[in-house]
Design a protein around this ligand. Structure first.
Ligand code: GLC
Length: 487
């Protein structure tokens, strides 16, 4: 748990803290019986430092086949300096020096994330073959697919040349093109190899990739017909609450994915980003990995939630697939005041306490009851991060009985989305409208209007209201969205 579980020491087992393989089988069976599908997260760029391969690599010494599964290199400057200038996603250099078996300071190993997450060398056939087996292990158990973690990191330019990163710089993968350790061509060979394995299985098995790259064009390369089926859309996730920017990202995403035949996708929050109900209530509304590059500013909670609800209707009306991050359906805010000693994201330590990291969006969900742990754990068992007592009003149980709750907005929106044929089939057509308003049709029968301006927008004659993100009485207030039945 050096990085919230993204440090795997055994790919074919369940961490005992969470249960057993039998529990996993039972979960799959129950989910399938309920019509739900389950995908597992495949973290293949790196293992845990506690993986037996890494222990074997340390013991075997320089030049051994065991070390070749990872990137062990001699340091520069007589060995005392890192082999190149690459930086870690969580701050600091991407290299850590080890003592050799005889106790003397020795080689360095590469970790693009925390030191507890050594990168695997995917040019190594032993690594490729081992992961073929790991994929089959889970597909054989009946999982419906895999989410491929940190896909652009998996190939490195040979020779590991300097990237031109400055010491102390922050990870900026969103803008990297031609970087020697990100979005390198060899990644696609790995993805194709995996796709072929998945395609040999019965039923629908889906590969979702996490590929934070520069723009929809680069992203489309990950979802070509023989690679991944689909990918999170980080350009949308990080877009500010700004109509021209949103419209451009929507248009570019659709246009870039169409030629490769992959569905556009939309996502507003994740376990790596500031929750959008908070982000949208700040002066700076754009997202960034772990909130890294975001200047601190006070949050207007009411404004943030209003916009988050409007953003939900925008997102769920767009063509393609939508990803919801647990808790956004409750309108949960980022927990901004976690005590320093509760923080677990390696970013906090690695950045020298400059960046607080991603714990604020990972606080366990409030299910029911009047006080923490709100049914998340058995009474008396404290979850790994403290929940704010004021979440009593946000529990799923409290929201279920309130027709105006965010939970019921999401349930209504999903029900309508499922039952509205135009939302499955029809393309998006923008409608001319007032400035700073996004309006589009999905076929002749459905219109979505999102008011990002500061003025109320008249909806007269546009259609019958089906669902609204806030009070809306013939006129659409600022930061509100509406679905209309037209024609
Ligand atoms: C992905 C995960 C993130 C993790 C990182 C390293 O970005 O989403 O949570 O820290 O990969 O595995």
């Amino acid at each position: 748990m050096a990085d919230g579980g993204y440090d795997v020491s055994d790919y074919c087992a369940i961490d005992p803290r969470f249960g057993t393989l039998d529990d996993a089988d039972a979960l799959l069976a129950e989910a399938h019986a309920a019509g739900l599908r389950v995908i597992v997260d495949l973290v293949a760029n790196h293992t845990s430092r506690e993986h037996p391969w890494f222990a074997a690599a340390l013991a075997a010494g320089p030049g051994s086949p065991e070390r070749n599964r990872y990137f062990f290199r001699d340091g520069r400057g007589g060995g005392s300096l890192p082999p190149n200038d690459w930086i870690s996603a969580f701050g600091g250099p991407a290299w850590t020096r080890i003592p050799e078996p005889d106790g003397r300071p020795g080689q360095w190993y590469l970790h693009l994330f925390a030191p507890a997450q050594p990168d695997l060398d995917w040019d190594e056939p032993a690594v490729q073959e081992a992961f073929d087996g790991i994929l089959r292990f889970w597909l054989d158990r009946g999982v419906d697919g895999l989410r491929v973690d940190a896909a652009p990191a998996m190939a490195k330019e040979s020779g590991l040349p300097d990237a031109g990163h400055l010491p102390g710089a922050l990870f900026e993968s969103r803008s990297w093109v031609g970087n020697p350790h990100w979005d390198v061509e060899g990644v696609h060979d790995i993805l194709r190899r995996w796709r072929a394995i998945g395609d040999a299985y019965d039923g629908e098995r889906v590969f979702v990739t996490e590929a934070v790259v520069r723009g929809p064009e680069r992203l489309s390369r990950y979802v070509r017909p023989d690679e991944m089926h689909t990918s999170f859309n980080f350009d949308y996730l990080t877009a500010p609450w700004e109509p021209r920017h949103l419209r451009r990202v929507i248009d570019e995403s659709i246009a870039a994915l169409e030629p490769v035949g992959a569905p556009p996708t939309w996502v507003l929050s994740s376990h790596d980003e500031t929750r959008h109900a908070t982000r949208f209530g700040r002066a700076h509304t754009a997202g960034a990995f772990g909130g890294a590059a975001v200047p601190p500013s006070p949050t207007d909670r009411g404004l943030g939630l209003r916009r988050a609800r409007a953003a939900a209707l925008l997102t769920l009306a767009l063509p393609g697939s939508a990803y919801l991050y647990q808790g956004e359906e409750l309108g949960l805010p980022e927990v901004e005041d976690l005590p320093d000693e509760a923080l677990q994201d390696p970013t906090w330590e690695r950045s020298g306490h400059r960046v607080r990291g991603r714990d604020g969006c990972r606080v366990p969900l409030p299910w029911e009851g009047a006080e923490p742990p709100f049914g998340f754990t058995a009474d008396g068992v404290r979850p790994w991060l403290p929940q704010p007592p004021e979440w009593a009003g946000l529990t799923a149980a409290a929201q279920r009985t309130d027709p105006g709750s965010t939970l019921n907005l999401y349930r209504d929106a999903l029900r309508i989305r499922r039952g509205t044929a135009a939302l499955h089939a029809e393309p998006l057509t923008w409608v001319d409208t007032a400035e700073d308003v996004l309006a589009f049709d999905r076929g002749p029968g459905f219109r979505c209007v999102v008011n990002l301006s500061t003025e109320t927008v008249d909806l007269d004659g546009q259609g019958r209201m089906v669902l609204a993100s806030g009070s809306c009485d013939g006129a659409l207030p600022p930061d509100t969205a509406v679905w209309l039945a037209t024609g």
